[in-house]
Design a binder for this molecule. Structure first.
Ligand SMILES: Cc1cc2nc3c(=O)[nH]c(=O)nc-3n(C[C@H](O)[C@H](O)[C@H](O)COP(=O)(O)OP(=O)(O)OC[C@H]3O[C@@H](n4cnc5c(N)ncnc54)[C@H](O)[C@@H]3O)c2cc1C
Length: 390
């Protein structure tokens, strides 16, 4: 086992840190207030080749793996963005990049992967439905075969970055549960245009992550071409799970970066702020210990996440590590950021000091993209072999 970084990783991380600092806390504070997609930063990331780290060289990527991508996301997010930047990696190199590079036809890969990697187009992914929620197999959005394609009907909720995306990965049923031999049967993935007759969306107002919008999406007889199927007709469930597990790795990497950033802001403040007897508040163990504990936990989560990523790159099962790392990192990051706010006292509540944005944004990740409870259900059933409770 070798924890040393290779030369190419050192160089990549230096570039990522530089971009992370260039688009730092002030950039993100402005975007958050304007509720605007981080387009300039994403262009810089793509130009530096960091979107395509884990995507094939044949399409303009670096042909490395999820381990390198996780390291890059940690380095970028700790510069000033926090966990929200990781969501841009979810929508583009994961929902677009991983889904296409693994499962799409050669024509689809040639048509879209170079554009995703260069930042010419953005993607989004429509899975969650109002009446299904965490019970993904209960989705009702249905693709009915018509001619050489399908007609899509249904609705989705909480879909990230729809107005900024050109392409959408849609998860739909192509067989009802009643027609399927197993509940996991009859799920299919499609990669379609966001701008298409019958596809509409409306914004959902939310607490934080303002740089990335959330939408309810409606499919009203949307025409889907036969060539827009990604992966196996009716057999998309395991393919979707791979996409979602790589998404968990990206989520954790962003939470690691967010926790390190918040802790740094808190430590810098605590070194300077003096309230009693000229002693910096950072000298009080009451403030030190919670930050130190959260740091220990976040670094443990990072190591476990890198193990998940490494196993993924080796073609080994990695779902357990990916879920465990996500559970630990979401808790540790929200704790670290909460304690950072406490350390800053009133200033933790002021927009000018940035911690409040990280605090609003990080809260999302206790229940998304997979909730803490559903990730723990997975660990209990798959790793501990306990009876399934739901
Ligand atoms: C800002 C934002 C962005 C999002 N972006 C996207 C996106 O781009 N694409 C997309 O498809 N989805 C997206 N989502 C949806 C997200 O993945 C879901 O919100 C999440 O999976 C939880 O589903 P739910 O909200 O329906 O909660 P529910 O499934 O209704 O769960 C509610 C609560 O009950 C708990 N619970 C449910 N079942 C069990 C059980 N069996 N055991 C124990 N506890 C249980 C859950 O853990 C949770 O705490 C986004 C959500 C948000 C808020």
């Amino acid at each position: 086992m070798d924890f040393a970084l290779a030369e190419h990783q050192k160089l990549m991380l230096e570039t990522a840190r530089q971009i992370g600092r260039e688009f730092g806390v002030e950039y993100w504070r402005r975007l958050d207030a304007e509720k605007r997609f981080p387009a300039e930063m994403w262009q810089a990331i793509c130009k530096a080749g960091l979107c395509g780290v884990a995507l094939p060289e044949a399409h303009g990527g670096s042909g490395l793996g999820m381990l390198d991508l996780a390291l890059v996301i940690e380095a970028l997010t700790e510069g000033g963005a926090g966990a929200t930047l990781a969501q841009v990696f979810m929508v583009n190199p994961i929902f677009g990049g991983v889904a296409l590079s693994r499962y799409a036809s050669a024509e689809m890969r040639d048509a879209y992967l170079p554009k995703i990697i260069s930042g010419e187009i953005n993607c989004c992914m429509a899975l969650t439905e109002p009446d299904a929620g965490s019970n993904t197999l209960e989705i009702r959005t249905f693709a009915t075969p018509v001619g050489n394609g399908w007609r899509l009907n249904g609705r989705k909720v909480w879909i990230t970055a729809v107005p900024d995306a050109q392409k959408m990965l849609v998860v739909a049923r192509t067989k009802t549960v009643a027609e399927s031999t197993r509940r996991t049967d009859g799920i299919s993935l499609f990669f379609i245009d966001v701008e298409r007759s019958g596809l509409t969306f409306s914004p959902i107002e939310k607490v934080g992550t303002h740089t990335l919008s959330a939408s309810a999406v409606f499919f009203d007889d949307v025409k889907v071409d036969g060539a827009e199927l990604i992966g196996t007709l009716h057999g998309g469930w395991p393919e979707l799970l791979h996409v979602l597990n790589t998404e968990r790795i990206v989520t954790t990497a962003g939470l690691v970066g967010a926790a390190r950033l918040a802790t740094r802001l808190a430590v810098d403040y605590a070194r300077e702020r003096k309230v009693f007897n000229g002693t910096p508040i950072g000298a009080y163990q009451g403030l030190q210990f919670p930050l130190a504990r959260a740091t220990a936990e976040i670094e443990a989560a990072s190591t476990l996440n890198l193990k998940a990523a490494w196993k993924c790159d080796q073609g080994l099962p990695y779902g357990s590590e990916a879920n465990m790392a996500k559970v630990v990192s979401a808790r540790a990051a929200t704790d670290a950021i909460e304690r950072a706010m406490q350390t800053l006292g009133g200033m933790g509540y002021a927009k000018e000091f940035h911690v409040e944005r990280l605090w609003r944004d990080a809260r999302l990740f206790l229940f998304a993209p997979v909730s803490e409870e559903m990730a723990l259900n997975f660990i209990a059933v798959h790793d501990l072999k306990m009876p399934r409770s739901y």
